[in-house]
Ligand binder design. Structure first.
Ligand SMILES: Cc1cc2nc3c(=O)[nH]c(=O)nc-3n(C[C@H](O)[C@H](O)[C@H](O)COP(=O)(O)OP(=O)(O)OC[C@H]3O[C@@H](n4cnc5c(N)ncnc54)[C@H](O)[C@@H]3O)c2cc1C
Length: 338
């Protein structure tokens, strides 16, 4: 176990792996992944490491995806952007803005690569990746073939997609194509964006506001290791929401189009008094209870112990089960947090 993963995960967890290959071309990515899969060797396809918790040394090969390239085409009504998996997501958002291709601005500053974006259907400030997803190209490991899925086939949901379900560990995303309408409609019904006037606001103003808000609210992983929100916001029925609201009058929740309510997980954690609570160097962030941070020498195991404690406390108080958002890794693959 000779290669340190500390620079390859934003939690800065100090684990190692057997070997690490950085790939810069699609052909190389396909070749390496096909070979490792055929030999039944453990492999982890890695983007920016911003959604991973390493709990042990990884007894396999980490394939770091660094393929680059962005192509822009258009028809009368839409812009189409085809992006290689290793491109940085935020750089893409900025490039689009510079070319006056609007739509991605609410998702500015989400860390990581474009290839990882479909996996948990990234989203922020009222907009999710699937809003613009036209096509995903991936290597299907059990057949060894390149496949293309349209938006519907990806079965996107809240922090969900087919790549976390039926195709979990079977798809290496090689390329993403987005489709953005030339007629831009701003999404400003979320938090700090609500003060904008929809008839005059520009995508650049939304971008700047999102960047400023994120920088003031979220700890910078370069300073304090973290993976952003550690838990998904739990979805509950209207009945469950009404019952909770009677007991906890200042409960923070957002009604969904299907009538369910999305509870603010950070509020639940804050309510049970866990801001600043820590196990070893794994801590609940002082300002933002939804974010767990590495105070210095946290281990992945401590992070998991802390997460389990939070899940238990929140369940005891509200009867709601929090689900972790990042992928937890054991010595040869993904593991359950327990
Ligand atoms: C400070 C901070 C803020 C964040 N804010 C948000 C937010 O607002 N919204 C949000 O949705 N997320 C957020 N995240 C989480 C994270 O940015 C996203 O999950 C992102 O998509 C992860 O990208 P990555 O390249 O770092 O993936 P990694 O962490 O490298 O990998 C994540 C998973 O995807 C797999 N994977 C990666 N690339 C590929 C590929 N090409 N093909 C197949 N599998 C692949 C990996 O094997 C792993 O299972 C935040 C994280 C941080 C640190």
């Amino acid at each position: 176990m000779s290669i340190s993963l500390v620079a390859f995960n934003t939690f800065a967890l100090q684990q190692n792996c057997n070997s690490l290959v950085e790939v810069t071309s699609k052909a190389e990515l396909i070749d390496i992944c096909n070979n490792l899969y055929k030999q039944e060797l453990p492999m982890l396809v890695l983007g920016g490491g911003s959604n991973l918790v390493f709990t042990e040394d990884y007894d396999g090969t980490v394939v770091k995806v660094s393929t680059k390239g962005i192509q822009f085409t258009a028809d009368d009504d839409y812009q189409y952007i085809t992006i290689q998996a290793g491109e940085n997501w935020h750089n893409l958002v900025e490039s689009c803005l510079q070319k006056q291709i609007d739509g991605l601005e609410n998702m500015a500053l989400i860390p990581g690569t474009v290839g990882a974006a479909p996996i948990q259907n990234i989203g922020a400030y009222g907009v999710e990746f699937n809003r613009f997803c036209y096509e995903i190209e991936f290597l299907q490991l059990d057949t060894g073939h390149l496949v293309r899925f349209n938006n519907q086939q990806c079965d996107f949901g809240y922090r969900e997609s087919i790549f976390k379900k039926q195709l979990n560990n079977l798809a290496v995303i090689t390329e993403v194509t987005l489709k953005l309408a030339k007629h831009w409609v701003p999404v400003i019904d979320y938090g700090p964006l609500q003060h904008f006037d929809p008839s005059t606001v520009t995508a650049k103003q939304i971008f700047d506001c999102v960047c400023h808000t994120r920088q003031s609210k979220l700890p910078d992983p370069k300073v304090l290791g973290n993976v952003g929100s550690f838990f998904k916001n739990p979805l509950v029925s209207t009945k469950a929401y009404n019952q909770l609201k009677l007991r906890f009058t200042d409960l923070v929740a957002y009604q969904q189009v299907d009538g369910q309510y999305k509870l603010a997980a950070g509020w639940l954690i804050d309510y049970v008094g866990l801001k600043g609570f820590h196990i070893g160097d794994a801590a609940v962030h002082q300002e933002q209870a939804l974010v767990l941070v590495n105070l210095g020498n946290a281990t992945g195991k401590q992070v998991c112990q802390l997460a389990l404690y939070i899940i238990e406390m929140v369940f005891d108080k509200f009867g709601v089960i929090l689900q972790p958002e990042p992928r937890v890794m054991g010595s040869v693959g993904e593991i359950d947090i327990k």
